[in-house]
Design a protein around this ligand. Structure first.
Ligand SMILES: Cc1ncc(COP(=O)(O)O)c(C=O)c1O
Length: 397
């Protein structure tokens, strides 16, 4: 069989499909959000270690609702800045902009592809409401200085863990440090619900608002029935089941997604371990002359191998891409989310950046960074073959 290395392989299992078939066989089934969604949220909260979780239809929706919650609960309108990474997914930046905040960008570290914390601390000022960190590609982005300073200055930490399920800082799972955290269950991630995302928090009020925001802003979604009654009494001219509190959309997931999630979570730890072993082996054997290998793997939970070329030559880069294509290795340039967000067309109406040299590391990743697949069924002989291909790439020829 011809060698071929896709970004992801078999992320929906036969076991998942059997669970979905069982669901279909139930009498009077409901497939829109119902009891399986509740069960999955509880299971996820247990797994991650937060009190509450809200299951939504994507990680981007989780991002959007999270920042909408900050907007709704923020009483001090002078606080309108959110510190945001340059290397992240587009929805992190868009959720900031779409909710009326100003994203303040910082560069990344090559060692963990996450925010440069010195720059974060320098950019904090009276207007800073939150730091929206992305734990990119399975790496931990936190350190004690950041946690201490945010606590001391009363600035919210929001964690995007969409690419790092199971990664830890000091043996505690990422997604449990911030006021709110977000996960994605898109097909190619550590686990999948086909499409899907989760919003996690220990704060009851935030949880309440997230449930309402997930479903058209309808008050009937509130878990706190005393609160619901209060609102119904306040708006006597409205139908109690149709009171729309906040401007939002429908971000609900389905019973099918939750059923797959409940099955997938059983294997998540085991799969994360396999992927981490794959990653450690990959890094130990990747040629460090040709590729950047100095990653900080402590606490990491990898799902895709990062590759950063040790060159500044775009011709070598183009040759490398042709080489990967020839060898049937699927790749994405720019690591998480296509590289430097500041270079994307959607941002240009909001921020004018003339000088990208202030963002040296994200620029490196933008032009010379990649990821390729790492999945639980990836065998060692296959990793050896991938390494052989990568290590044989001729930078000079
Ligand atoms: C860091 C990060 N945040 C958010 C998202 C959005 O998740 P989704 O694709 O489920 O909308 C992604 C997507 O992969 C991501 O990598």
């Amino acid at each position: 069989m011809k060698f071929n290395h896709p970004l992801m392989h078999n992320n929906i299992t036969q076991g998942d499909l059997e669970k979905v078939t069982e669901l279909f066989k139930k009498k009077n089934i409901i497939l829109t959000q119902s009891v399986e969604v509740d069960k999955f949220e509880k299971k996820w909260s247990e797994w991650i270690g937060t009190k509450y979780s809200t299951f939504v239809n994507s990680g981007s929706s989780a991002n959007f609702i999270t920042i909408k919650i900050l907007q709704i609960l923020n009483k001090d309108l002078s606080k309108n800045e959110i510190i945001t990474p340059t290397l992240t997914w587009v929805s992190d930046v868009n959720s900031v902009i779409m909710n009326g905040f100003k994203p303040i960008f910082v560069d990344i570290n090559l060692s963990n592809l996450s925010m440069n914390i010195d720059q974060v601390l320098k950019k904090i000022n009276k207007k800073t409401l939150a730091v929206f960190i992305t734990h990119a590609q399975g790496f931990n982005g936190l350190n004690d200085i950041l946690l201490e300073q945010l606590k001391k200055r009363g600035i919210h930490l929001i964690e995007d863990v969409c690419e790092s399920h199971g990664a830890e800082y000091k043996k505690k799972k990422l997604g449990t440090f911030g006021l709110i955290s977000n996960f994605s269950f898109y097909y190619a991630h550590h686990m999948t619900t086909i499409e899907g995302g989760m919003i996690c928090t220990n704060n009851k009020k935030i949880y309440e608002v997230s449930k309402i925001l997930r479903s058209h802003g309808m008050v009937r979604e509130a878990q706190n029935k005393i609160f619901e009654k209060k609102i119904i009494n306040k708006y006597k001219d409205l139908s109690p089941k149709f009171i729309f509190l906040y401007p939002t959309l429908n971000f609900r997931n389905t019973e099918i997604g939750a059923t797959i999630g409940l099955n997938q979570i059983k294997y998540l730890n085991q799969n994360n371990k396999k992927r981490l072993n794959n990653f450690t082996f990959f890094l130990e054997n990747l040629n460090s002359q040709k590729y950047f290998t100095d990653f900080d793997v402590q606490g990491s939970s990898n799902y895709a191998f990062p590759i950063i070329l040790n060159t500044k030559n775009l011709r070598v880069r183009d040759k490398f891409e042709k080489y990967l294509i020839k060898n049937n290795i699927e790749f994405r340039r720019g690591n998480a989310g296509g590289g430097n967000q500041l270079r994307q067309p959607y941002i240009k109406d909001f921020i004018k950046i003339k000088n990208f040299s202030k963002y040296k590391n994200v620029e490196k990743v933008h032009f010379f960074g990649y990821y390729i697949g790492n999945y639980p069924s990836l065998s060692k002989p296959k990793i050896i073959l991938i390494l052989k291909i990568l290590n044989s790439f001729d930078f000079l020829g």
